[in-house]
Design a protein around this ligand. Structure first.
Ligand SMILES: C[S@@+](CC[C@H](N)C(=O)[O-])C[C@H]1O[C@@H](n2cnc3c(N)ncnc32)[C@H](O)[C@@H]1O
Length: 226
């Protein structure tokens, strides 16, 4: 597989195609690791910064914005897929805008927040690197950037533990899903380096454990503008 199949553009095409089953899966609590571990882990990480406002980057159908609203946090969600933003608006809980990471990196969304959070949404290569380079511009003074991603060690599978594109898979999801998005695998070292190169200082690392396996379900990095 070459070129087009492993690209940031393919990722966006795939999320456009899967907006409906994705919304059902999230709202129906069909993703076990989310229900058991990672949803509460990202909420706890955001709350640990005591923010008044949050920017949810790649918000999908908007569950995290709604969850944060329950704690009195004013949140704005942005996502590149219009039908996900439409669904998010219908459910309410905050403000939602259609925007790509490229738009955010270009400074087109002037929504500074106390916390910028990306929950399993930093999937690509250049789009993610360009976004992170400018993410500190989206933070209020003393603000923090928080990301949650698949834990690189447990998500690596049989492949070499090194950065690179990986084919997508909807294994474990319903048959309504199609056209899985490729993703750019990054090691823990590489995630940390990327944040440091993006003028961010990693202040905390969290590895929430899956209760059934005892292994990390995800990696959470909390960083401040340095
Ligand atoms: C796995 S979903 C996570 C959604 C949400 N954060 C959640 O926790 O349910 C990944 C999201 O990233 C968004 N995304 C991927 N690449 C993007 C880009 N370049 N610009 C904006 N959003 C993007 C997708 O549209 C999708 O909604």
């Amino acid at each position: 597989m070459s070129g087009h199949w492993f690209s940031d553009a393919r990722i966006v095409e795939s999320w456009r195609a899967n907006a409906e089953p994705w919304t059902s899966a999230v709202r129906g609590n069909q993703i076990e690791s989310r229900a058991l571990v990672t949803n509460s882990a990202i909420i706890d990480a955001v709350l640990s910064r005591s923010p008044g406002s949050a920017l949810d980057i790649g918000c999908g159908e908007g569950w995290l914005v709604r969850a944060l609203a329950a704690y009195g946090i004013r949140a704005v969600g942005v996502d590149v897929v219009p039908s996900l933003i439409e669904r998010a608006r219908q459910a309410g809980g905050g403000e939602f805008m259609v925007a790509s990471y490229e738009d955010l990196a270009a400074g087109e969304i002037l929504k500074k927040a106390d916390v910028a959070v990306a929950n399993f949404s930093l999937i690509g290569r250049e789009s993610v690197e360009n976004l992170l380079r400018s993410v500190s511009d989206l933070l209020n003074p003393a603000g923090a950037f928080i990301l949650q991603t698949l834990h690189p060690v447990t998500a690596c599978g049989d492949q070499p533990y090194e950065d690179g594109w990986r084919p997508g898979s909807w294994a474990g999801f319903s048959e309504a899903f199609s056209d899985p998005a490729p993703w750019y695998f990054r090691t823990v070292e590489s995630w940390t380096r990327l944040l440091i190169e993006s003028r961010l200082a990693v202040v905390e690392t969290r590895e929430p454990l899956h209760p059934k396996t005892g292994l990390p379900a995800s990696l959470i990095l909390i960083a401040t503008a340095s």
